[in-house]
Design a protein around this ligand. Structure first.
Ligand code: ZN
Length: 179
């Protein structure tokens, strides 16, 4: 961030009074521009015992399989965002069956939230950000071609929980090792 979104002046970095972190502060209007984590919301859609995955048509991880998910928009709720992303990416209408995973990804300042969902009528397609959408039996999940660690972990939890037919909420931190 270089310029103030309020007045267009240059920003400087400083710790505001009463704060303890460096923030972007406008050199002209003195507004503090806070930056906070972004939330990604999505679903794990199931139909006939199979999981709906989307092959990504966009970077990052183009060509890899993912659960339908994306950044929340302003004025949206987490469930609205999850439903919207599922409709946009997989052209699928789903009924949410409860919060399932909350994944903190501190290195990239994101939190990923997945809801379990039931595909309503078995219909799905490929939205603009998707090359192909497909239902996978649990034993056929393409583990070597899963897009993101949060999706990988959510699928792993589902496979394990499915054995017990019990799906508690999992809160997990995805911490990448430093190179
Ligand atoms: Zn300003």
């Amino acid at each position: 961030m270089k310029f103030c979104s309020e007045c267009g002046s240059h920003l400087r970095q400083a710790i505001p009074k009463g704060d303890n972190r460096l923030r972007h502060i406008c050199t002209h209007c003195e507004i503090v521009h806070y930056q906070n984590p972004k939330i990604v919301a999505g679903t794990l859609p199931v139909f006939d015992g199979k999981i709906l995955l989307c092959k990504r048509a966009i970077e990052p991880r183009l060509g890899y399989w993912t659960l339908p998910a994306g950044f929340m928009e302003n004025q949206e709720t987490t469930t609205e965002a999850a439903l919207r992303e599922t409709l946009e990416e997989a052209e699928a209408k789903v009924e949410l069956e409860g919060l399932y995973t909350v994944m903190n990804v501190p290195q990239i300042d994101q939190v990923h939230i997945f809801f379990r969902a039931r595909l309503i009528n078995g219909h799905f397609g490929a939205g603009d950000e998707t090359l192909e959408t497909k239902l996978f039996a649990l034993e056929d999940i393409p583990w070597d071609h899963i897009s993101f660690p949060t999706v990988f972990q959510t699928l792993k939890h589902y496979i394990a929980d499915h054995q017990l037919n019990d799906f508690p909420v999992h809160v997990k931190d995805i911490v990448r090792k430093k190179a």
